[in-house]
Design a binder for this molecule. Structure first.
Ligand SMILES: O=C(Nc1ccccc1F)[C@H](C1CCCCC1)n1c(-c2ccc(Cl)cc2)nc2cc(F)c(F)cc21
Length: 233
């Protein structure tokens, strides 16, 4: 059985990515806000657009710390950001939802989200994804690396030099695979299950435009940045 070990430079890479991921952590307070009060569909829609807009700004800052990202072609950097922003937001939402909370809090949070204004048809795929992420009990390194892998997806629309992105993604995949073996020795399929979530994430993200335009509010107002990133307006 080959001895899996993480090299010094892989450890340095993980440290940089995890610190950037935590530094650019979206204020956890979206869950706290939702737990504090029941908001109207209008207030929830506004909260979502604010959170999603700040999430995109946070994502741009985070990518600057991904080793090699700034050496990519400038237009490819934009294509990767545009292509991964929605998935990164759902992945972040899933991680917020999966956080260990005092008894009964997760149920209240789920209830508040169910009543937030999103139309009924999206609840099942969305919460199935959130719960499947929760079941993985990811450590923060795995969360940060999984988000990085999502960003470094070579086959996003308009990416010209896919090989360059593939090389960066493979570097991250390699260290994540080793970390999973070391972190979950009892579950050799863990790494594969982790990557399987990215397929579920992509499927959920296909619904994002409809989830927004079908939100139970009269006027769906988006920020210019969201219009850029999300296929709305
Ligand atoms: O703020 C949000 N997500 C979010 C965005 C950026 C960074 C961090 C985030 F959590 C929204 C709120 C907004 C206010 C109304 C309820 C949903 N949100 C979603 C979500 C996101 C997008 C669509 Cl189309 C449908 C639901 N799923 C959530 C699960 C949670 F555990 C959570 F705490 C908030 C969540």
């Amino acid at each position: 059985k080959e001895k899996v070990e993480i090299t010094k430079e892989q450890q340095a890479l993980v440290k940089v990515v995890v610190e950037a991921y935590n530094r650019h952590q979206i204020p956890q307070d979206v869950a706290k806000k939702l737990l504090q009060d029941q908001y109207s569909a209008e207030e929830n829609f506004l909260l979502l657009t604010e959170m999603a807009t700040s999430q995109v700004q946070v994502l741009v800052e985070f990518t600057k710390n991904i080793p090699g990202f700034l050496s990519l072609d400038r237009e490819d950097q934009i294509a990767l950001l545009k292509g991964s922003a929605v998935e990164a937001m759902f992945l972040r939402s899933a991680q917020v939802f999966s956080k260990k909370m005092p008894n009964g809090h997760t149920e209240v949070l789920e209830e508040r989200i169910r009543k937030s204004g999103i139309s009924e048809e999206f609840m099942t795929p969305m919460f199935n994804f959130y719960k499947s992420i929760g079941e993985l009990h990811m450590v923060e390194e795995e969360q940060a690396l999984l988000t990085t892998i999502t960003i470094l997806t070579p086959d996003r629309p308009y990416v010209k030099d896919q090989q360059a992105v593939e090389r960066l993604q493979e570097t991250i995949l390699d260290v994540l695979r080793k970390m999973c073996v070391l972190q979950h020795p009892q579950d050799p399929q863990y790494f594969a299950r982790l990557l399987g979530r990215l397929t579920e994430l992509r499927t959920l993200s296909h619904y994002h435009a409809e989830m927004l335009t079908s939100w139970r509010v009269n006027d769906h107002k988006f920020t210019p940045l969201l219009c850029e990133i999300w296929d709305v307006q």
